[in-house]
Design a protein around this ligand. Structure first.
Ligand code: SF4
Length: 274
């Protein structure tokens, strides 16, 4: 199965999750300063559940801190209290203040202007900021900046690893290579996925749209079904998202993971229903 077919299977099941067709906003949640909100959310979500991120972003918005100048002027203790209980809230508060100050000093506080930089230059600049590694960097570039880069996260590795050769991308990797998704570097995995999704080459705008929604679909599959103890035959895990209530709408009639028919792990009989 090509990755584009895998994407279409997920999208047929969950519906569009990100983009103009989505029934509720996947990201940004609130949109007052959409570009900066995504940067803040991308930092907060590190080792943190999305529900906690939603609540923290809401508190930052209510405290009028969700904009680069306002966050740059915040005291670290105040910011840490606002984003708690996000993991590493003290370090994240310091990092967010440094990022906000960078945007103010280098881009006049205009996050959108920073994001219009060419992809290689933007990636280099973002990776030079605190709390921003390759995954967070690509999240920001894709969702805030609209750059065509695929985000590789733990969910991507877990799902593709379990799907095995059925989701092997452009190459036909045999069973002995199934740990590719787990053991390869971030860049290696990203490039394999992008190579598969860009054959044949779609226009850049469409590619960005596919990358953004596909990543959302993978996340949805992994929080509903493909958990560390998979719920292959259902029922899907229920999570409550305060700003994304529409994401729950499909659950009423849903029973099992839509990928069972193409999942090597499931077909090998290793499943553990939750
Ligand atoms: S069938 Fe099970 S193991 Fe395979 S992707 Fe779905 S939840 Fe994960």
């Amino acid at each position: 199965m090509r990755l584009i077919d895998l994407y279409q299977t997920l999208r047929a099941h969950f519906g569009p999750l990100h983009g103009p067709d989505a029934h509720s906003p996947w990201w940004p949640l609130f949109g007052a300063d959409a570009h900066f909100e995504i940067i803040v959310g991308a930092v907060l979500v590190q080792q943190t559940r999305w529900e906690t991120v939603e609540a923290a972003v809401r508190r930052l918005l209510d405290a009028s801190r969700l904009a680069p100048p306002a966050m740059a002027a915040a005291a670290p203790e105040e910011l840490a209290a606002l984003i708690r209980p996000a993991a590493f809230h003290t370090q994240k508060a310091a990092g967010l203040i440094a990022i906000a100050r960078h945007i103010c000093a280098r881009h006049g506080g205009d996050t959108a202007a920073m994001l219009t930089m060419p992809t290689p230059e933007l990636r280099a600049e973002l990776l030079g900021l605190p709390r921003i590694g390759p995954e967070t960097c690509d999240v920001i570039m894709l969702y805030a900046g609209g750059h065509p880069v695929f985000v590789v996260d733990e969910y991507t590795r877990r799902l593709f690893d379990r799907l095995g050769s059925q989701a092997s991308g452009a190459g036909s990797r045999g069973p002995e290579q199934m740990s590719f998704w787990r053991k390869s570097s971030y860049e290696a995995v990203r490039l394999v996925i992008e190579a598969d999704l860009t054959t044949p080459t779609p226009e850049s705008r469409l590619l960005t749209s596919i990358y953004a929604d596909f990543h959302a679909q993978i996340n949805e599959a992994c929080v509903r079904y493909c958990l560390s103890r998979p719920r292959c035959d259902g029922p899907p895990a229920r999570r409550v998202y305060s700003a994304q209530a529409g994401r729950e709408s499909y659950l009423a009639s849903d029973e099992g993971c839509p990928l069972r028919g193409v999942c090597a792990w499931y077909q090998q009989g290793d499943k553990l229903t939750g």
